[in-house]
Design a protein around this ligand. Structure first.
Ligand SMILES: *[C@@H]1O[C@H](CO)[C@@H](O)[C@H](O)[C@H]1NC(C)=O
Ligand SMILES: *[C@@H]1O[C@H](CO)[C@@H](O)[C@H](O)[C@H]1NC(C)=O
Length: 684
């Protein structure tokens, strides 16, 4: 694995990106050539309640057009690409440059194991009208792998579009299927891509806090590539406000649980373009996986599976003819335009209200495919999560705001983090630890969970079988948290993130001004790993228990030190502490939780850094690359290190942590979530 890192080899997602860039920039701006019937353009009030005409379908030789009097969606036929989206008198709010690029498409990055990676925009070969009434039109653009002479991703794909009466937007879902016996395949990524019109959409909004004017894609092209091609210093910029700033799509990533609404706003005319993901059930990796949202282009994504912030650990691999079927979506594309209050905040608030409505309506009752299950065909599970940690409380304590979820059965507690094949259903517990997970697709699952403030991950020992219309009542379930003895000291908060540690200011040369003065988003700045050797030029970080403060004295990422260009060495951090006594028998325990890692072994030494072998070593774990991708965490790893008492002495002791690898890049290493030293259980 060494040397072959997912983001550094020309990965399919890269190739895709660079192709896209070329196409975006080479193409002339033009409006779609789609011939469209003039639809009445009425100003749309908030909440898209509009007295409107019925839905009309017109299908021609190479396109199908659905019009509901509010929007008009033109799809290529039978390809199933979004050719044009007409709204408020604008013929196409999307950027479409045929024959190579469309305003909206579904693509898969894949390879034959050991083969060359590629990104395939899936092309439909068969057009079917599924539903056609006054109230709703649903269209299918499908392709059959076995029927194709070309070397295409071994999947049958059915792209389904739905337009409803009175709704200011459309729904899109994709069914992918491979049959038993089909060839081996690796798939890095499944997603929908939307390309709002370059000349219109300049303001991006991905959360309540992260909303801003964005540089032009052209600025990236004229800029200077930094440590990797996605990070660009904008040395020239069409809008002077962006000059000499860093742009990188990874700066705008959000956890999947916060992925429900994102989009772009045009100021002239004032229009909002939004992608709403009402559920996380079809997105791989669990609620806390960071994922891309929108970025300079303008681009807006609906991600389903990816290797972002996880690396090769999250490739969808199929071997030995294993079959698969999954429904991605529906995702809603929502358009708004509010008269007379036309500010960004009003459009965002209206889109947010729409998102909340979609979440309420989930699962939808208007989806025609039998592969998408309505509420009546789903089941649920309920229970109460308790935490057993004798040091926190003598009796099990209710797990407040814990994340609890069903995912495919796995061999480890953290298996859900890597699951790309199944559906996942997550919720958070109430203050009493109660949870109900509703609308679960029938099947066999494991129940997983984690509790903010408590180390480790919960996995219920039993297989949980969900049946249609049934609620599985688990009652109280207890998470036995890792604990061998009383706490001697701890560093950080067990919450799967390094946010509580010291995050430095960026180098003034590499700033994204938007994140300056936003303390919670400081970690999104480029190049913070380069601050470590500046802060610790000669010797590494030393942390004195009882004196040092982890908010100020514990660097958020344990990175390497570049000794000469392209040649990085391990760094070793030192934790000093006093032991008034050493328990002569028994073992001490170092609970070591990582918020992220990149191909790194963490070595633990006690008092003797020159010992022949470390007292404990993690395996080489992690491919998440979260440090370079301006993440505050990637994949969670947890280790309990057993440290025999004869390693400790009365008085001053030191534990050394070494990010034990060398490599090409200083952003390799680990991010700690939380570290705790426990005395042996027998200590009086
Ligand atoms: C640690 O530092 C932070 C940030 O300066 C501060 O808010 C906090 O009070 C300090 N904690 C202690 C225990 O001194
Ligand atoms: C300490 O750990 C070692 C190695 O895991 C184990 O063999 C031994 O039994 C432990 N000692 C006690 C007292 O638990």
């Amino acid at each position: 694995m060494e040397g072959k890192l997912i983001w550094w080899s020309p990965s399919p997602s890269w190739l895709m990106l660079s192709t896209l860039c070329l196409l975006l920039c080479a193409a002339q701006l033009q409006t779609s050539s789609a011939t469209v019937a003039a639809a009445g353009t009425v100003p749309i009030p908030a909440g898209n309640v509009v007295p409107s005409a019925g839905v009309k379908l017109t299908s021609g030789k190479d396109e199908a057009m659905i019009d509901n009097g509010i929007i008009q969606l033109t799809l290529t036929n039978p390809g199933g690409f979004v050719r044009a989206l007409k709204y408020q008198g604008v013929e196409n709010v999307l950027e479409t440059h045929e024959p190579d690029d469309f305003g909206g498409y579904f693509d898969v990055s894949w390879d034959h194991p050991g083969g060359e990676g590629k990104t395939e925009q899936v092309v439909g070969t068969k057009f079917t009208v599924i539903t056609e009434t006054e109230d709703q039109v649903e269209l299918s653009f499908s392709s059959s792998w076995a029927a194709s002479p070309k070397d295409l991703v071994p999947l049958n794909v059915d792209k389904r579009f739905i337009v409803q009466k009175g709704v200011s937007g459309f729904y899109w879902y994709v069914i992918v299927e491979r049959l038993k016996g089909w060839p081996d395949v690796n798939m890095d990524q499944h997603r929908m891509v939307f390309r709002p019109k370059i000349t219109m959409f300049k303001y991006m909004a991905v959360s309540d806090e992260i909303q801003k004017m964005m540089p032009a894609y052209k600025d990236r092209e004229t800029g200077e590539k930094l440590a990797y091609p996605e990070a660009v210093l904008l040395t020239t910029a069409i809008e002077p406000e962006f000059k000499d700033q860093v742009d990188d799509k990874y700066q705008y990533s959000m956890e999947i649980k916060d992925h429900k609404l994102k989009g772009w706003i045009s100021d002239d005319p004032k229009i909002g373009f939004w992608v709403i993901s009402p559920s996380e059930e079809y997105i791989a990796g669990g609620p806390n996986k960071p994922e891309l949202t929108c970025h300079c282009g303008p681009i807006c994504l609906a991600m389903f599976t990816s290797v972002h912030y996880s690396g090769l650990d999250m490739v969808t691999e199929y071997r030995n003819g294993e079959p698969w079927k999954k429904v991605f979506g529906p995702v809603m594309v929502y358009l708004n335009s509010i008269v007379p209050s036309n500010d960004h905040a009003a459009l965002w608030q209206d889109a947010k209200a729409q998102m909340e409505k979609e979440v309420q309506n989930w699962p939808y009752n208007f989806v025609a495919s039998a592969d998408y299950l309505p509420a009546a065909k789903r089941g649920s599970v309920s229970g109460q999560l308790l935490v057993d940690d004798k040091v926190l409380s003598p009796t099990p304590k209710e797990a407040c705001t814990a994340y609890v979820g069903l995912a495919l059965p796995g061999t480890t507690e953290v298996a859900f983090q890597f699951d790309v094949k199944g559906y996942q259903f997550w919720t958070q517990t109430d203050p009493k630890g109660n949870f109900v997970i509703k609308n679960v697709i029938p099947g066999d699952y494991n129940l997983y969970g984690w509790v903010p403030g408590v180390v480790g991950t919960f996995k219920h020992p039993d297989l949980i079988t969900i049946q249609p219309g049934n609620e599985v009542k688990l009652g109280p379930v207890t998470y036995k948290a890792p604990r061998n003895g009383p706490t001697l000291w701890e560093i950080g908060i067990p919450d799967r993130s390094a946010a509580e540690f010291f995050v430095p200011d960026p180098d003034p040369k590499f700033v994204n001004k938007f994140f300056v003065d936003k303390p919670n988003d400081k970690y999104r700045q480029y190049g913070l790993w380069l601050r470590y050797p500046e802060l610790y030029p000669k010797s590494d970080l030393v942390f004195d228990i009882g004196v040092s403060n982890y908010s100020k004295d514990w660097f958020f990422a344990h990175v390497l030190r570049e000794v000469k260009s392209g040649d990085c060495e391990p760094t070793t951090w030192q934790i000093n502490f006093d032991l008034p006594d050493v328990c002569p028998t028994g073992n001490y325990t170092l609970q070591l939780a990582l918020a992220g890692a990149l191909e790194t072994n963490t070595f633990v030494y006690v008092n003797d850094l020159n010992a022949k072998a470390p007292a404990f070593a993690t395996e080489r774990v992690g491919k998440d690359n979260a440090i370079a991708r301006h993440g505050i965490h990637g994949i969670y790893w947890f280790f309990s290190a057993c440290l025999p008492s004869n390693l400790f002495v009365k008085g001053k002791n030191s534990i050394f942590l070494r990010a034990a690898r060398s490599g090409d890049f200083p952003f390799m290493g680990v991010m700690y979530d939380y570290i705790r030293l426990e005395a042996p259980p027998t200590q009086p």
